[in-house]
Write a protein that binds this ligand. Structure first.
Ligand SMILES: [Zn+2]
Length: 307
């Protein structure tokens, strides 16, 4: 069954070590062979500039990662660039769609011209922060726990205008509610349920329900510490409990997958890389109808595009 994955960090790994091949190097959870084996039909690639990078170099690092996306991912056989949402409908049966996202507004500082450049290069989803603060908002790791700045609100409005998702996955709770005030297209690309696992990166039931009511998507994330409290490892059943929980909250038509592959250092048993995606599908098919599983895996995303 084909899969739509809302988040991976392969570009950061490529940027850290551009010499590695993306075809079949097992350093990558998401290498091409594994994407094919796991029937990953669309993969979103996050541009992520680490907090240690000095501010004046951040945009350049984002550009370098986008260059790697164009030269090392899009050049792979059978890969099609999803630059506009409508490109998704053009995907041939043997093609994989690849799309750019941005994790953290640090990359463009307060320069909205740079942000528009990122849109033009194909960024279709934008998370205002990673875990730290920037000029737009505070991330979940900031003790002051602030919401959005004026600039942050302006960026969300620009996302609306350019039909770009606003990703709440790393935001503080006040930031989340600020985004919900103005975002036309809110999503959480890689977050789980706080009721089941109290990690700061997860969403409360109120947040999840607000996303569903606003017609947003919620991608469950495959990182064990976000699945089970104090866990370095867990199994697919533990992950499925989050899907069960979000369904109970009314999210059946809004649930998606956001593996966070290549950005995580611990993995779920039997779901250790993209090539094992169908193990998750098999487990879901034991509990849900085929139509429901197709929804989680792919169709819910297609039904919630900003078009
Ligand atoms: Zn992340």
């Amino acid at each position: 069954m084909r899969v739509f994955d809302l988040h991976c960090d392969a570009l950061l790994k490529l940027w850290e070590n551009p010499g590695r091949t993306y075809v079949n190097n097992s350093d990558f959870h998401t290498n091409m062979e594994r994407l094919v084996r796991g029937d990953v039909k669309v993969q979103l690639y996050a541009v992520f500039v680490e907090p240690e990078i000095p501010s004046d170099l951040k945009f350049q690092v984002a550009m370098d990662q986008i260059d790697l996306f164009y030269t090392r991912v899009l050049t792979q056989k059978g890969v099609r660039h999803i630059k506009e949402w409508s490109d998704l409908t053009e995907l041939e049966p043997n093609e994989i769609g690849a799309m750019l996202t941005l994790e953290g507004a640090d990359a463009f500082g307060n320069d909205l011209g740079k942000l528009r450049t990122l849109y033009r290069l194909g960024v279709k989803s934008l998370g205002l922060t990673w875990n730290n603060a920037n000029l737009c908002a505070d991330g979940v790791g900031e003790p002051r726990n602030g919401g959005l700045t004026e600039l942050g609100f302006e960026v969300v409005r620009l996302n609306n205008e350019y039909k770009v998702w606003t990703d709440v996955s790393h935001l503080t709770e006040p930031g989340f509610w600020d985004v919900m005030k103005v975002a036309k297209y809110p999503v959480a690309t890689h977050s789980n349920a706080k009721t089941l696992c109290s990690h700061r990166r997860n969403l409360t039931d109120e947040q999840a329900q607000a996303l569903f009511q606003r017609d947003g998507l919620l991608g469950v994330v495959f990182h064990p510490p976000f699945i089970k409290d104090d866990a370095d490892s867990c199994d697919i059943d533990d992950l499925v409990k989050h899907i069960d929980h979000f369904c109970e909250l009314g999210g059946k038509d809004h649930i998606a997958f956001g593996s966070d592959f290549d950005g995580i250092d611990r993995v779920v048993t039997r779901l250790t890389h993209s090539g094992e995606y169908q193990n998750l599908i098999e487990e879901l098919l034991k509990r849900y109808s085929e139509e429901e599983v197709k929804g989680f895996a792919y169709k819910n995303v297609l039904n919630h595009l900003p078009i």
